[in-house]
Design a protein around this ligand. Structure first.
Ligand SMILES: *[C@@H]1O[C@H](CO)[C@@H](O)[C@H](O)[C@H]1NC(C)=O
Ligand SMILES: *[C@@H]1O[C@H](CO)[C@@H](O)[C@H](O)[C@H]1NC(C)=O
Ligand SMILES: *[C@@H]1O[C@H](CO)[C@@H](O)[C@H](O)[C@H]1NC(C)=O
Ligand SMILES: *[C@@H]1O[C@H](CO)[C@@H](O)[C@H](O)[C@H]1NC(C)=O
Ligand SMILES: *[C@@H]1O[C@H](CO)[C@@H](O)[C@H](O)[C@H]1NC(C)=O
Ligand SMILES: *[C@@H]1O[C@H](CO)[C@@H](O)[C@H](O)[C@H]1NC(C)=O
Ligand SMILES: *[C@@H]1O[C@H](CO)[C@@H](O)[C@H](O)[C@H]1NC(C)=O
Ligand SMILES: *[C@@H]1O[C@H](CO)[C@@H](O)[C@H](O)[C@H]1NC(C)=O
Ligand SMILES: *[C@@H]1O[C@H](CO)[C@@H](O)[C@H](O)[C@H]1NC(C)=O
Ligand SMILES: *[C@@H]1O[C@H](CO)[C@@H](O)[C@H](O)[C@H]1NC(C)=O
Ligand SMILES: *[C@@H]1O[C@H](CO)[C@@H](O)[C@H](O)[C@H]1NC(C)=O
Ligand SMILES: *[C@@H]1O[C@H](CO)[C@@H](O)[C@H](O)[C@H]1NC(C)=O
Length: 399
């Protein structure tokens, strides 16, 4: 083969490859998909989109994380939260029938932007420098067909909104990860009160409310139960309401600040800012203020100690139900009995002593507590002891 011909082929290939990259380093188009370790980077370099693997997990997810100065891989949005892929080389994120679609190893679609569209071949997905992934019909179209800021996962970025749809009374949820290595929806979520009171709530398992911001005070520009917002010099919050929706959004007074809100696996909403000097995220604020105020944080038969390391322990006579989940900071499985109760297992009595109670200070009654009438503490105790499903009792002067 003529060596000159070989060289010109190489040069030609290099050119076409290079021009494809420079055409849309921030864009996924009909001509450009993502797989393996390929990424797209927003025009100013602030955000990156591609496959990532959380911690020691062997699962891969399509996500958006910070680029530029933020040296710690920090996902702010996840597409396939619940359906990971194991092999990124044979998985592909691409434009298909007017949507952005993730195909797994067997070419089966497992996630999609899921809009009904004219399946136009000019649809492109552009990662903007705000961290917003926008699907448009053609690179110059101004109205987005879909955008990731409208579908937040666990992070609320500047410019984003956590809204209430007034037509359906459906609120949008910011949902924590399941654990430090699994972005699937966890137990803790933040939402705008569907009753229209203009306050944010944090719920456990989508139902049990354990924190509220208090209603918005437009004059003071704070949430009434978050008075420390008066001292806030980072976030410019604003409230918006029309016949279709209401929401809060925020911008950063200093656009060079790198800052975010996250519904954390701790069950707290956290404000974090990137500190360039120490190259780490700095916690500015979190609510509820105390870890042990998070509902059922340590699970059944767990006990939470504020400031303890770890926060969660099991009550005496119990052990962790899932050591591996606890290692990933998911304590929700709680603890289980090390030895069965007599009423569950007849053998216990023959080898040992009868069941008895231990006093546990600093606890309150559970939400589904039952009352019985008892005239003394010992009657209360024996009533509970006789009922195998009674696990604890409390007695006060009302009986
Ligand atoms: C995709 O590639 C084809 C041919 O290679 C070209 O005609 C078309 O304009 C490209 N489309 C986009 C959106 O770049
Ligand atoms: C991307 O993957 C290819 C193929 O597996 C590998 O050769 C290359 O080094 C990787 N690049 C980076 C930046 O990791
Ligand atoms: C992840 O793996 C590294 C190295 O094997 C280990 O040091 C670390 O403790 C692991 N992290 C978790 C959360 O298991
Ligand atoms: C791809 O997804 C389909 C549908 O969920 C599933 O049946 C199939 O096993 C997946 N392929 C792989 C390799 O996981
Ligand atoms: C797309 O929407 C349909 C109906 O609205 C739903 O059943 C389906 O699960 C959605 N698919 C994805 C990948 O989100
Ligand atoms: C988009 O706008 C740019 C600059 O305004 C222009 O050069 C380009 O031709 C436009 N592309 C399309 C597809 O309209
Ligand atoms: C939504 O909630 C408002 C205020 O509570 C109520 O007036 C309205 O009827 C509700 N709408 C729907 C569709 O449920
Ligand atoms: C959360 O609620 C669902 C029912 O909506 C229930 O099946 C599930 O067990 C609850 N999770 C926990 C951890 O209690
Ligand atoms: C705060 O946000 C509001 C609404 O977006 C805007 O009008 C105002 O100029 C902003 N204030 C500052 C100091 O940036
Ligand atoms: C509310 O929704 C309707 C129907 O989608 C739309 O025509 C109207 O412009 C919306 N109003 C506002 C203030 O966005
Ligand atoms: C949990 O972590 C401890 C200490 O890091 C380790 O010894 C243990 O093997 C881990 N257990 C599981 C199930 O991952
Ligand atoms: C306990 O013993 C009684 C009588 O000996 C028997 O009827 C019952 O089935 C036993 N219960 C269990 C859980 O073994």
């Amino acid at each position: 083969m003529d060596p000159w011909l070989k060289l010109s082929v190489l040069v030609f290939m290099w050119f076409s490859f290079n021009s494809q990259l420079s055409l849309g380093a921030d864009t996924i188009s009909a001509n450009r998909s993502l797989s393996g370790n390929q990424t797209i980077v927003s025009s100013g370099g602030s955000f990156v989109l591609g496959f990532f693997k959380p911690g020691n997990s062997s699962n891969w997810y399509i996500g958006i994380w910070y680029g530029g100065k933020v040296s710690e891989r920090t996902p702010v949005w996840v597409a396939n939260r619940e359906i990971p892929v194991r092999d990124t080389q044979s998985s592909e994120l691409k434009i298909s029938d007017g949507n952005l679609v993730l195909f797994n190893e067997s070419k089966v679609p497992i996630w999609s932007t899921n809009i009904s569209s004219s399946s136009s071949s000019s649809v492109v997905a552009v990662l903007e420098d705000s961290g917003n992934l926008v699907l448009r019909d053609g690179p110059n179209s101004t109205t987005p067909l879909w955008q990731s800021l409208d579908h937040p996962t666990h992070t609320w970025l500047p410019g984003g909104k956590i809204s209430l749809n007034k037509r359906t009374n459906q609120s949008q949820l910011l949902i924590s990860w399941k654990n430090s290595e699994d972005p699937a929806p966890g137990l803790f979520s933040l939402e705008l009160d569907p009753k229209g009171t203009n306050q944010y709530l944090i719920l456990w398992n989508r139902t049990t409310q354990y924190w509220t911001s208090g209603p918005w005070d437009e004059q003071a520009r704070i949430f009434t139960l978050v008075p420390e917002m008066r001292l806030n010099y980072i976030y410019n919050f604003s409230f918006h309401s029309d016949e279709n929706e209401s929401y809060f959004t925020y911008s950063l007074y200093n656009p060079d600040t790198i800052s975010r809100f996250v519904m954390d696996i701790s069950g707290q909403i956290k404000q974090l800012s990137w500190l360039e000097s120490s190259k780490e995220w700095n916690l500015f604020w979190s609510q509820p203020r105390q870890q042990c105020q998070v509902y059922a944080y340590c699970g059944a038969f767990g006990s939470c100690t504020e400031g303890g390391l770890p926060f969660c322990n099991c009550l005496r006579g119990f052990h962790q139900k899932s050591q591996s989940a606890w290692n990933l900071s998911d304590f929700s499985d709680g603890c289980e009995r090390t030895t069965k109760l007599q009423c569950e297992d007849n053998r216990t009595l023959t080898n040992g002593k009868p069941d008895k109670f231990l006093t546990s200070p600093n606890v309150k009654l559970p939400q589904n507590a039952e009352s019985v009438t008892a005239t003394s503490i010992s009657e209360c105790e024996s009533t509970c002891l006789q009922n195998c499903s009674c696990t604890a009792y409390a007695y006060d002067s009302d009986g």
